[in-house]
Design a protein around this ligand. Structure first.
Ligand code: F6R
Length: 243
């Protein structure tokens, strides 16, 4: 696992965007795995700038998002679909037909999950997967557990995850308690993985991940140690205790 420490959030974000841009220039029909949350916002902003000012072309890129809350409709402002369009897709030329995001309102959610994996298989494996990390070490919404699922599935969110995300909702109690997430299978099959982490609140988990190299389902991100091409880019604050 390669580790890069950047001075600040801006540098972390621009480095991540540069890696994505290089991958798209090399392979215009890149299969790109995307994350939401606060961490990748700077990267999306920089990719939008590159599209507008440097002509970075997303017209053939295929995107798969990691996760979505269950029970909220795609146009709900708290859905990850809404987030993706607001913060990225509306500002670049990704074709709507090439955008895949789990549907938290799917009628038959089990069938939806199977179909999502089939789509990833059809276009994949994912060439470049962007990940954030939860304070409890989750990737996607694969929460610490005795066993981790391989396939896309519905997960009950951990208390910590609900607390961390609840503040984005007008009433934190409206925060869904379940989500659909890609499993460890599609993530680990990605040819290249880029995990981003910033801020002091990620320092403790980054220290557990990096200091004592081991693999455990209690820290889902630890599986990245086994991946042949995983890079972590973090800012100084997140790297603090790990250095
Ligand atoms: C979001 C996702 C999550 C987040 C993680 C960190 O699509 O997959 O694993 O990356 O919860 O969230 P932030 O970036 O808000 O700290």
């Amino acid at each position: 696992m390669k580790k890069l420490v950047k001075n600040d959030y801006e540098n972390m974000s621009s480095d991540a965007a540069a890696i994505v841009a290089e991958a798209i220039r090399k392979k215009p029909n890149l299969v790109l795995g995307l994350a939401t949350g606060s961490t990748p916002l700077g990267m999306y902003k920089e990719l939008i700038r590159m599209h507008k000012e440097e002509g970075l072309d997303f017209s053939q890129v295929i995107t798969f998002n990691l996760d979505e809350f269950c029970g909220i409709s795609p146009d709900n402002k708290h859905s990850y679909r809404y987030y993706m369009y607001q913060n990225f897709f509306n500002h670049v030329n990704v074709m709507p037909k090439n955008i895949y995001i789990p549907d938290g309102k799917a009628e038959d959610i089990e069938e939806f999950c199977r179909e999502y994996d089939r789509k990833i298989e059809e276009f994949g494996p994912i060439d470049l997967q962007i990940l954030g990390i939860g304070r409890n070490g989750h990737i996607g919404f694969n929460e610490p557990a005795d066993r981790l699922k391989v396939d896309t599935h519905v997960v009950t969110l951990a208390e910590e995850t609900i607390r961390d995300n609840g503040s984005f909702f007008d009433d934190p109690l409206d925060m869904p308690k379940r989500a659909i997430t890609m499993g460890l299978g599609a993530i680990m099959k990605a040819k290249k993985i880029l995990l981003l982490a910033n801020g002091r609140k990620k320092a403790t988990i980054m220290a557990s991940l990096l200091k004592d190299r081991h693999v455990t389902t209690k820290l889902p991100a630890s599986f990245l140690c086994l991946h042949p091409d995983a890079t972590i880019i973090m800012d100084r604050e997140a790297a603090g205790e790990a250095l």
